[in-house]
Design a binder for this molecule. Sequence first.
Ligand code: NAD
Ligand code: MG
Length: 345
Amino acid sequence: MIIHMPIEQHPYDIQIGFDTLSLLKDVLIKHQQKKAFILTDETVHELYKDKVDKLLDEFDIHYVVVKAGETSKSIEIFELVSNTLIEQGIKRDNILITLGGGVIGDLGGFVASTLYRGIAYIQIPTTLLAMVDSSIGGKTGINTALGKNLIGAFHHPLAVIIDLNFLNTLPNHEYKNGMAEIIKAGFIGDQALLEKLEAQDIQTEDMITRAILVKKTVVIKDPYDHHERMFLNFGHTFGHAFENKTNYTVSHGFAVAEGMIIAIRIGIKLGLTERTLLKRIHNLLERYDLGLLKPNPNHLIEQTDQDKKNLKGTLNMVLLEGVGQPKIVAITKEDLYGCFNRKTT
Ligand code: NAD
Ligand code: MG
């Protein structure tokens, strides 16, 4: 399956399937590359080095390998990766390959956006979350001591290659992180995806393609994140608050799962959201073994006060009028009361 991204001046294709990794070789040849510069993390390197070495045996391969996990999205590692690539001889017309999860895609994409004022890069996402979310849409970035993704750039890749074989080694917990974003995609933009997930009757490729198409639709309308792109934040206002208050011991997908429940409850309280959606989200999260971690309501309200989207006492949140009908609504603190309990009706 190929999804075309018609981004102005930077159109590119997303290739999805089994064994699509072999397309990497064709892209490098097409762009007259003799060297392959690959940014990856230790875990992915250990698992896939032999496969990549074999595939690219006619290229001069240079690896930059960083520690697995969010700590690698730092200014120090950004500098280290940039310097290592320069020492390895990367030039303006070379291509950086990011092979890994969202951390590698975000870090490598940001390095590519700044190295020599911008070089091309190819995203090869290896987690479910990176396949359906972080590798799509051209956002790159790193964290600072003050928060996540505070420094970054929009930088679209030359190509995205999604090889479903990578999912074979992905730990279950990481798989669930991606599932939360897929469920989110269903709620904001694809009724059929939601129904197939509910029936547990969907092939992985179809599921990933549908989730990407939801993100594509939003990104194409608003590539630089001024309005519609905020729809992708469904479940994320309180998801982020939950992650933050638990010092990121609760992982993203599980936090977003809770955040979606809360957003639906708020919508119901405001008379905006159909009541049936609450049962549907609960059933889905149960089916995919996600969430129900009972965040502390006071913590969430407190944290939301500091949320960057909090403007003059009201909070812009994504709520749902129905499946596929997200809406940005300014809500007040009073709107939140009573929306954090666990009742499902
Ligand atoms: P991650 O990159 O840390 O990967 C999770 C873990 O899985 C890591 O330990 C990694 O080594 C391991 N792993 C990766 N692929 C594997 C495989 N095939 N087999 C076995 N293990 C594998 O995390 P993530 O969840 O992929 O991404 C999270 C990051 O993505 C966050 O930093 C977040 O801010 C970012 N993000 C960015 C965007 C965007 O639009 N740019 C969107 C959503 C999330
Ligand atoms: Mg997310």
